[in-house]
Design a protein around this ligand. Structure first.
Ligand code: IVH
Length: 671
């Protein structure tokens, strides 16, 4: 049964509406309606088309992804060849370009259209009577590949032009690009799936457009930007390039927002400088700018050389990617003990600076990229971003190279290096002993929630460590007033105060002491749980991983970290010296959880508390026997809600869980 007339009209109306909003969203970046409303329109059209398949038209927005994977792309011959551009790398070369135009045209004032040079791949889109009939890659300029099915999945490309005053045949040319953000997201997805990463947005765009299955292309964040027209039949266009692009834009095709009409050499160079400063903040990669003689009549007079027009030039920015060689791979130890491999490079000028080293992040990264000493690599430095090794040029790999591994012992202190399963970081376990971690270890040790040594701040720690007055935290307790007075900004009075504060800090608690040791993954709450479980330091230091796991909330990762820490001879020595220096704590009752006031109660903490951190609140509640969990469920007894609580608060309301505000929490703790 054919579709009733009113339904055919409704389908046409829906198509028109969807195309309108699609254009606002993808081309103008100015959506008018929420996504949900847009989805409703699409679903309504889909329903109609399902019922009456004859209502489906080629430009229907439901037809962006269709068809089955192709065995290969068909070849397309370009009616008008797709040319390339000559390059200029310096102001002088641009000046030569402008001078040649002056000479040939016998004119002194030339108008140019200045545009960004987008870093993607060139495509040609053919519209017949306003309908997109073909999309092709540039190929060798004469023959390209028919990628129509893939092109149709790009939302910034209209399937039908807007209006009616377009030429009967109009070939739109431009660049398919991927936004930097889209690229980062795509690579994140690729990584999660364990699939190959793309080295830059251009490669990602090219790879995506050349998928034989258009359904795969549809999943990639591609965009199109027009920079010109090719074949035009039966219809006329304005006589200036910039006006043509403006018309094309009115017909619904995206054109770069950075387009400008400028006058003469000065105008060109000024545009170049402005775009160079904007480069890093643009959503797309650009590798230069393009100047085009704006009047078509003048373009014609200029003509062509070989494969490039004489009326245009690409003024390139300094390259963001260069090749160089890996001289060595060093391993640095950060202040928290993380080991980071760093490639030492043969100096290379890239992105405007000379780069001599680049981080390789961690073992996973090294394995993924398989960077080896002696390799030739591609180094990228985009904007102010730190230089990065994007990949190895395998064809240039010399014989007898070896895969690189993070060492098993810390290059600074020789302690065992631990790699936690499921984490990519490798860490030195010589926390109290490793000089790379010394400053951080001291700062943490003296901090308020650890030994709380008032007056032993960051600046002082830096001086003490740099002047080698202390090498392990135990040395703090041997400092004399005499030594302190010699430090910068330290008078006799403050030195005396500090000595007193150090003395006072000796009387501490076991949880504070454990926390102060700075063991990886052991925060205040864990330190408290450990102290309560073991009751004394000796039992704790001789526990094995299994024993540690018997402590509430301690899993295999933390257990391993604890065990490794206490097994390191130099860590044991430091602990012994601390005790010998007089650091002590009152005996702890082994806690019998059942008798504590909040035993058996489960709390969840959400939002921002003003009087304490969430960790603090957690530790205090646990000290009273409560369990503190991360998510609200039927088993939750109380939700502690600070400012801006969010979804946990909603869930608690929904489940009827009792909610405590900060004041109520404090009252509870105090009582
Ligand atoms: S015009 C006859 N304008 O650069 C002139 N090209 O090196 C033909 N490109 O194949 C090109 N941005 O892929 C032109 N604003 C722009 C461009 C641009 C990027 C690419 C395009 C072309 C290549 C030429």
């Amino acid at each position: 049964m054919p579709a009733p007339k009113h339904l055919a009209q409704r389908a046409a109306k829906l198509r028109e509406q969807i195309n309108y909003h699609n254009h606002r969203y993808y081309v103008l970046d100015r959506p008018e309606i929420p996504d949900s409303e847009f989805d409703r329109l699409v679903r309504a059209l889909e329903a109609l088309e399902n019922q009456y398949p004859e209502l489906i038209t080629a430009d229907s927005p439901t037809q962006r992804v269709g068809g089955t994977p192709l065995p290969e792309f068909a070849q397309v011959r370009h009616t008008v060849p797709m040319l390339s551009l000559s390059n200029a790398f310096t102001d002088t070369e641009v000046s030569d370009f402008v001078r040649r135009i002056h000479e040939r045209l016998e004119l002194n004032e030339i108008e140019f259209c200045a545009e960004p040079k987008m870093d993607g791949l060139a495509v040609s889109l053919v519209y017949e009577r306003g309908l997109l009939v073909q999309g092709a890659t540039r190929g060798d300029g004469t023959t390209g590949e028919d990628v129509t099915q893939n092109i149709r999945t790009i939302h910034s490309i209209p399937l039908r032009l807007i209006g009616s005053d377009y030429p009967q045949v109009l070939e739109v040319r431009g660049e398919v690009v991927m936004t930097k953000r889209g690229f980062a997201e795509l690579n994140r997805r690729q990584q999660d799936k364990g699939e190959k990463l793309f080295v830059n947005p251009r490669n990602a765009a090219a790879g995506s457009l050349r998928q034989l299955d258009p359904r795969l292309t549809a999943l990639r964040p591609l965009e199109f930007m027009c920079y010109g027209v090719g074949n035009v039949e039966n219809g006329s266009l304005p006589d200036k390039h910039s006006d043509i692009l403006q018309r094309v834009q009115q017909w619904g095709v995206r054109v770069s927002a950075q387009l400008e009409v400028v006058q003469g050499l000065e105008g060109c160079l000024d545009y170049y400088r402005r775009m160079a400063t904007k480069r890093a903040s643009l959503p797309f990669d650009i590798d230069g700018v393009v100047y085009k003689v704006n009047r078509l009549a003048q373009q014609e007079q200029m003509g062509f050389v070989a494969k490039a027009p004489r009326w245009a030039v690409a003024h390139k920015f300094p390259a963001q990617e260069e090749m160089t060689r890996v001289l060595a791979i060093d391993v640095q130890v950060g202040r928290t003990g993380t080991l980071t491999p760093v490639a030492r490079l043969e100096p290379v000028f890239v992105g405007g600076v000379t780069v001599t080293n680049a981080t390789l992040h961690n073992q996973d990264e090294i394995e993924r990229k398989d960077v080896r000493v002696g390799d030739t690599v591609i180094v990228r430095r985009a904007g102010d971003v730190i230089p990065e090794v994007v990949g190895v040029v395998l064809s240039k790999r010399p014989a007898h190279t070896e895969t690189f591994h993070i060492p098993a012992r810390c290059p600074v202190c020789g302690s065992e290096v631990q790699r936690v399963e499921g984490e990519s970081a490798a860490r030195c376990t010589g926390g109290l002993y490793c000089s790379a971690q010394r400053k951080e270890a001291f700062r943490h040790f003296a901090s308020r929630r650890a030994l709380d040594i008032e007056g032993l701040g960051e600046k002082l720690v830096d001086q003490l460590v740099e002047k080698k007055q202390v090498s392990t935290v135990a040395d703090i307790f041997a400092l004399t007033q005499q030594q302190l007075v010699e430090l910068e900004r330290m008078g006799p009075k403050s030195a005396a105060n500090l000595i007193e504060a150090i003395e006072k800090s000796k009387a501490t608690t076991l949880p504070r002491f454990l926390y102060a040791l700075g063991i990886a993954n052991v925060g205040e709450a864990t330190a408290l749980a450990l102290a309560q479980h073991f009751g004394n330091l000796d039992d704790l230091m001789s526990a094995d991983e299994e024993k540690f796991q018997q402590v509430e909330d301690i899993g295999p990762v933390v257990a391993r970290s604890l065990h490794t820490f206490f097994q390191q001879q130099h860590n044991r020595e430091v602990i012994q010296k601390l005790v010998q220096a007089g650091v002590s704590w009152p005996a702890m009752e082994k806690r019998i959880v059942e008798t504590l006031p909040l035993a058996g109660k489960t709390f969840v903490i959400t939002g921002t508390l003003s009087s304490m951190s969430r960790d603090d609140a957690k530790a205090r509640l646990q000290a009273l026997g409560a369990k503190v969990s991360g998510s609200v469920s039927q088993k939750t007894d109380y939700l502690v809600a600070g400012a801006d609580p969010g979804s946990k608060h909603d869930k608690a309301l929904e489940l009827g869980v009792a909610i405590l505000d900060e004041a109520a929490l404090q009252k509870l703790i105090a009582s």
